[in-house]
Design a protein around this ligand. Structure first.
Ligand code: UDP
Length: 416
């Protein structure tokens, strides 16, 4: 049985502000899961790289039985994930130093993203315990759409290919990720378990639309089209702007909210590009770049929206789509990765080809002009989201964890 779990989240902290360049679904996943595990009485330590001198070595604010441990590895400042690679040995040494000074024996490691998988393998050797890994995104998939020259695909893919051999079990968020692991990384099928992330139904549930609109300052006669997420090219926010440019003259009561990023930061190249695109498409009067919003405020925005749009080029899962569905709002998503499994076409929203503004515009028009359809999609979405409760998902993970720990014990006993 798992009683003490070490979670590795080297490059980003579950305590980080969401909606930044590199803070999104994985941060929410680790935060929510750790809280659930803590409530079950499992001691959870989350190791993450220290990025600010204000961070204490140990932070206990996340929840009962949960500690976030900040490990010094490289400069104490935010770094791009690829830059963190050079400091992984130092990070591993820092974790070992912490557990030597504050003795604790873990039953299992649960690592997140390729950088943590590398560290997990080293710790597995030192501690002689198994590790379970979740990738969140895969280098092979990112490489297919990468535009950044600063990207390190060769190293990343090489490490990921080793992680699928090193890890005792791999958690895939959807069948799409399972297929990618099988075909692109030749992962042993028996190692993969599909367990999706969850959604907090206490936070995300339907609210009266008019009231929500009033609270966030949207005119009750207007239709809000909403995007929520990190502002980076692969989120394809430009497709929303292009689609809106095609239809706004037929729908004078349309407005668009883009949540994420920092519109006041002149150095945010992607946000600046999107703002200029909105201007050049002559829709800047109806598009509001709202910046990152606290997770606790999002239920109001989802409830106020007529449609939530997730037009990404790639998405291993798509938590925003799930949160919107739990809030009773139809979702139009691109038919890629996890989104293709999460959103049911014509049932909880629409799936459209990625980077196809006219298909997106058609979907938007259909939902806006058919209130009955909109209602039906929203109701179905709520029902579907109820299959993703955190408590149910945590139980599934605990079953896997216990299985891995038991197998490891049996195996080590046989060896001695
Ligand atoms: N998020 C947030 N505030 C923001 C932007 C995003 O709380 O301003 C949260 C959002 O609610 C979701 C997560 O960040 O839980 C994004 O997860 P998703 O899987 O959609 O995208 P990822 O970041 O993993 O690419």
């Amino acid at each position: 049985m798992v009683e003490r779990l070490a979670i590795l989240s080297v490059h980003t902290s579950p305590l980080a502000v969401l909606g930044g360049k590199k803070t999104g679904g994985m941060n929410v996943y680790i935060r929510e899961l750790a809280r659930q595990l803590g409530r079950l009485g499992i001691l959870v330590d989350i190791y993450t790289r220290r990025v600010s001198s204000e961070q204490p070595v140990v932070d206990m604010t996340l929840g009962e039985n949960v500690r976030v441990i900040h490990v010094v590895a490289g400069p104490i400042q935010l770094l791009d994930p690829d830059q963190v690679y050079s400091y992984l040995s130092q990070f591993t040494a820092g974790v070992i130093a912490f557990t030597t000074k504050n003795p604790i024996e873990y039953d299992l490691i649960y690592s997140h993203y390729w950088l943590s998988g590398w560290v997990a393998n080293k710790l597995k050797e030192v501690w002689n315990i198994p590790f379970v890994h979740m990738f969140h995104t895969l280098g092979h998939m990112k490489q297919r759409i990468a535009t950044s020259t600063a990207y390190l695909p060769d190293v990343r893919i090489a490490v990921e290919t080793q992680i699928v051999n090193w890890a005792d079990r791999i958690i895939a968020a959807t069948q799409a990720e399972q297929a990618q692991l099988l075909w692109l990384y030749r992962t042993d099928r028996r190692k993969i378990v599909v367990i999706p992330p969850g959604v907090d139904l206490k936070r995300f549930h339907p609210l009266p639309k008019d009231q929500a609109k009033r609270q966030i300052g949207v005119d009750e006669n207007n239709h809000l089209l909403l995007f929520v997420g990190r502002i980076e090219p692969l989120k394809a926010v430009d497709t929303i702007l292009e689609a809106v440019a095609l239809i706004h003259q037929y729908h004078p009561n349309l407005c668009v909210g883009i949540i994420g990023g920092n519109p006041k930061n002149p150095a945010d190249a992607e946000l600046n590009r999107l703002q200029m695109l909105a201007q050049s498409l002559c829709i800047d009067g109806i598009v509001n770049f709202l910046g990152a919003k606290d997770h606790n405020l999002l239920p109001l925005y989802y409830a106020a929206a007529s449609i939530v749009i997730v037009p990404s080029d790639y998405e291993s899962f798509g938590m925003v789509a799930l949160e919107a569905m739990a809030s009773g709002t139809p979702v139009i998503a691109s038919e890629v990765g996890g989104l293709a499994f999460l959103v049911r076409d014509e049932e909880t929203g629409f799936l459209v080809p990625a980077r196809d503004p006219s298909a997106l515009a058609n979907g938007i028009r259909t939902i806006l002009t058919q209130p009955e359809k909109r209602k039906e999609l929203g109701e179905n979405a709520v029902a579907l989201a109820h299959q993703y409760t955190w408590s149910g998902i945590t139980q599934q993970l605990v079953t896997v964890f216990n299985d891995v720990v038991q197998n490891h014990k049996r195996f080590t006993r046989r060896k001695h």
